[in-house]
Write a protein that binds this ligand. Structure first.
Ligand code: SAM
Ligand code: DTB
Ligand code: SF4
Length: 329
């Protein structure tokens, strides 16, 4: 495959602004072109997400249904038994997932028995031959090393929004805390999954600033999830307007152009999108989705695996078979 673009870590705000604000069709065309230079544009990585510990979180992320302080309808669930998690993982593999992501509603990882159990889960999923990913909150360097030794492939830790807007959304930790965990993940040799959410009330400038932070890291995240706010009743953002799909497309396309080798994940928000709307996201460079039998993300609804397989078929797309989503250049 010809690779006319190169990886750049020195993007400027002006450049990203100019890419992001192009007329939509120009932006999509450019992103689709870059996508084809770096990836098999017919392949979409199918990932399964499992909430291994749900709700009761001490943080105050204003978008999140799992924060203990908001009165949401979700059922709190302690850490699932390892065997249960591995059963889910096996099902995920059998239905075509090549990546399994385990999420815990924790502020940070603690060195206790629950962490030992997570380590066992990571080993088990890794042995099944799937990419194993975790999202467990803040991590120290030592904890990241333990996860790496257990076979962890990726760690998800989103920036969520721009540095400037961050404390409007979360007050119980800082943007720097986020960056610090991402650095610990990198140091341990685990791949980084980091992206954000749109629809939090941020400006275009905030979105551009967040993408710029990701694209000027010494190494780009291998995976960039783009989430539309899933509005959860009882959270401070429950009445925010629904994210317009063209905004998602603009975000995905810009991420694709400035981080060409990354897997760009069309994450939260699909339940409110038609097949046609999702098709535009794939055209703009998204090459992964979360799906599964449970038809939920963590605590909000998501399309199910059979619906998604039908969609991929209708669009002439196929689930990615091998592990890595990028071509080996
Ligand atoms: N507690 C850990 C943390 O915050 O890093 C891990 C789990 S947390 C649910 C993972 C990510 O999911 C968040 O960083 C956020 O980007 C995303 N997320 C959570 N709630 C969301 C919502 N209602 N809509 C869209 N994205 C959401
Ligand atoms: C990410 O960026 N999106 C996923 C995954 N990482 C953990 C989570 C989305 C959560 C959506 C709302 C919910 O169901 O809680
Ligand atoms: Fe807790 Fe993560 Fe939800 Fe924030 S996003 S409240 S840290 S589970």
């Amino acid at each position: 495959m010809i690779q006319s673009t190169s990886i750049r870590n020195d993007w400027t705000k002006e450049e990203v602004h100019a890419i992001y604000h192009q007329p939509l069709m120009e932006l999509i065309y450019q992103a689709a072109t870059v996508h084809r230079q770096w990836h098999d544009a017919a392949a979409v990585q199918v990932c399964t997400l499992l909430s291994v510990k749900t709700g009761g979180c001490p943080e105050d992320c204003s978008y999140c249904g799992q924060a203990a302080r908001y009165h949401t309808d979700i059922t709190v669930q302690a850490l699932l038994p390892t065997e249960k998690v591995l059963e889910h993982a096996q099902k995920a593999k059998d239905t075509g997932s090549t990546r399994f992501c385990m999420a815990a509603a924790w502020r940070e990882v603690r060195n206790n028995r629950d962490f030992d159990r997570i380590i066992d889960m990571v080993k088990g999923v890794n042995e099944m031959g799937m990419e194993v990913c975790c999202t467990l909150g803040m991590l120290t360097e030592d904890q990241a090393e333990r996860l790496k030794e257990a076979g962890l492939h990726a760690y998800n830790h989103n920036l969520d929004t721009s540095e400037a807007y961050y404390n409007e959304i979360i007050s119980t930790r800082t943007f720097d805390n986020r960056i610090n965990t991402i650095n610990n993940v990198r140091k341990a040799g685990i791949t980084v999954c980091s992206g954000g959410i749109i629809g939090l009330g941020e400006t275009h400038q905030d979105r551009i600033a967040m993408l710029l932070t990701l694209a000027t890291m010494p190494k780009h995240p291998e995976s960039v999830p783009v989430n539309a706010l899933a509005r959860v009743k009882g959270t401070p953002l429950e009445d925010n307007p629904k994210v317009d799909t063209w905004e998602m497309v603009r975000m995905i396309a810009t991420a694709r152009i400035i981080m060409p080798a990354a897997t760009v994940r069309l994450s939260a928000g699909r339940i409110e999108m038609t097949e046609t709307e999702q098709a535009w996201c794939f055209m703009a460079g998204a090459n992964s989705i979360f799906t599964g039998e449970r038809e939920t993300l963590l605590v909000t609804p998501n399309p199910g695996i059979s619906e998604d397989m039908l969609m991929l078929q209708n669009l002439g797309l196929k689930p990615l078979q091998k592990e890595a989503a990028t071509c080996a250049h």
